[in-house]
Ligand binder design. Structure first.
Ligand code: HEM
Length: 488
């Protein structure tokens, strides 16, 4: 503590920043959280909602309400961390407790998972977290050689369908991607394709189960429901889990049979009971991975669409020349050589991380630092990060709002990867049993690169429109035309 020049008492953080009270307020109980929710979903949108609080309070660490608020959340008050520096508190397991914080200020009914709490809801201090995380590493390592062939199978078929459908008009990408992403992920992990085993409705079954968990943070379900009705339906009470029961039972049967050898490994190598292993396998595949890829591919297409034919040409050139030097096949090594392709994938993840928010409760009284100020947070307060703003921090990224395709090329570009947070950790850090970073990190990056590489091996260029957001969570992409590769 020290006297400042104007005589008031000031406190300083250990690194020498002035400690100030966190600006912002929670407003009037019940009324303000509802008003804020409407702003977040309908009047401002996610980005403007967070930006407006930053502007109003001239601070990137700010008190505010987070959706869904009344009546699903018990407490919608959060301390939002919205710059590249303060956001990092959420990656420090010694500072934040992430028990039951995956979806923020509410937790879906556990009956959706047959009563167990999946790993993503466990904190690092819970013993089961480390056994399950080790199991996830085992799953990813033991199935790694299947990722590229499974991806090609699902996405070649998707693009065949796009080409056929284009003959009769523009094609919406998202519905096709929903099915391809689920088939790919299950085939990669289990060696079985759900649309073959369960039938063409397999990915819809997973989607309904996802909606039952995520409806409190989703919006714009369909244009036919006026927003006040939708708000009542999606955000005011938890939809009953039985609506997804038969869908989940179909998934359970599929994963039980097709995941037999993984479930045996889970018991023998990681001491997991069959039930815990099964429901976690379903969650990891159908929620963590599948829901991530459902958003991720449209995000890549959105930015490629906006960048246009010049970037498409450069990518096609890079991808085709590398693939040629690998005897015409895409391998992990070949993808590693594609510098521009890699950068494009990271840049898409920087601007539009597929999972926007992270949460955690302060384990003890804490000091959080933004670039120029420090703030005290009390034990138990909920901290909420919004990645799209933290990764558009002008103090770190020049022209942060712009898509710069080669941003991560070269030595300077690689240093910036320390501020790419989509995996719930810096891109320079590896997921581990002791942290909450996404264990699928390497797989996700691989899949992003494969998607871009496959696209430009197949096409010289394409045109599409980005037509708003589906459920407020994934960009809706409508493909208008493709120009087949001139090299074929
Ligand atoms: C585009 C795809 C993906 C994205 C954007 C993504 C993103 C994330 C994020 C942000 C978290 C942290 C959530 C939090 O605690 O707040 C996370 C956790 C997790 N992810 Fe991913 N993920 C993706 C794909 C995958 C894949 C392919 C797997 C495959 C196993 C996976 C498995 C998990 C698991 C198990 C956790 C919980 C980790 C823990 O509790 O320590 N994810 N993911």
């Amino acid at each position: 503590m020290a006297n400042s020049r104007n005589g008031t008492i000031e406190e300083w953080s250990p690194s020498g920043l002035p400690i100030k009270p966190i600006p912002g307020s929670y407003g009037i109980p019940i009324i303000s959280p509802i008003y804020d929710r409407l702003n977040y979903f309908y009047f401002q949108g996610h980005m403007e909602y967070f930006k407006s609080h930053v502007t109003k309070n001239s601070s990137t660490v700010v008190r505010m309400n987070m959706v869904p608020g009344q009546f699903i959340s018990r407490n919608s008050n959060v301390v939002a961390v919205l710059d590249a520096k303060s956001f990092r508190v959420l990656f420090d397991p010694s500072k934040v407790d992430k028990k039951n914080t995956l979806t923020g200020t509410y937790i879906p009914p556990l009956s959706l998972y047959s009563g167990i709490r999946p790993m993503a809801y466990l904190d690092t201090t819970e013993q089961l977290h480390s056994s399950l995380k080790s199991f996830s590493f085992h799953l990813l390592a033991s199935r790694k050689s299947e990722f590229i062939p499974s991806f090609h199978k699902a996405y070649s078929s998707l693009f065949d369908t796009v080409e056929t459908k284009l003959a009769s008009g523009p094609v919406e990408f998202n519905a096709l991607n929903q099915s391809a992403a689920f088939d790919f992920t299950c085939n990669a992990f289990l060696g079985a394709v759900p649309s073959d085993v369960i039938g063409p409705s397999a990915s819809n079954k997973a989607a309904i189960w996802l909606l039952l968990q995520l409806h409190p943070v989703a919006s714009h379900l369909t244009k036919f429901i006026p927003w006040p009705i939708e708000d009542l339906l999606l955000h005011c009470c938890q939809l009953p889990p039985f609506l997804a029961r038969s869908n989940y039972e179909a998934l359970e049967e599929f994963f039980s049979k097709s995941g037999e050898s993984l479930l045996n490994d889970a018991a023998k190598k990681f001491g997991l009971s069959r039930d815990v292993a099964l429901h976690n396998l379903i969650f990891m595949t159908s929620f963590n991975a599948n829901a991530g890829f459902k958003n991720f591919m449209p995000i890549i297409l959105k930015w490629l669409t906006q960048a246009g034919a010049t970037l498409h040409g450069l990518l096609a050139q890079e991808i085709r020349s590398v693939v040629q030097s690998y005897n015409g096949t895409i391998t992990l090594d070949a993808l590693e050589k594609m510098e521009l392709t890699k950068s494009v994938v990271w840049e898409a993840l920087r601007l539009d991380p597929p999972v926007e928010n992270q949460f955690g409760h302060a384990r003890a009284d804490l000091i959080i630092e933004s670039h120029d100020t420090a703030f005290k947070v009390k034990k138990g307060e909920m901290i909420c990060g919004y990645q799209p703003l933290a990764m558009r921090d002008e103090k770190v990224f020049r022209n942060a709002e712009e898509f710069v395709a080669d941003r991560f090329v070269g030595d300077h570009g690689k240093k910036l990867l320390d501020y790419v947070y989509w995996s719930n950790g810096p891109e320079t850090v590896m997921p581990a049993v002791g942290n909450k970073q996404c264990p699928g990190k390497d797989m996700v990056i691989l899949v992003g690169r494969l998607f871009v590489a496959d696209l430009f091996l197949r096409y010289d260029t394409f045109s599409a429109v980005h037509d708003g957001m589906l459920l407020g969570l994934e960009p809706k992409i409508v493909i208008k035309s493709v120009k087949k590769s001139s090299n074929k």
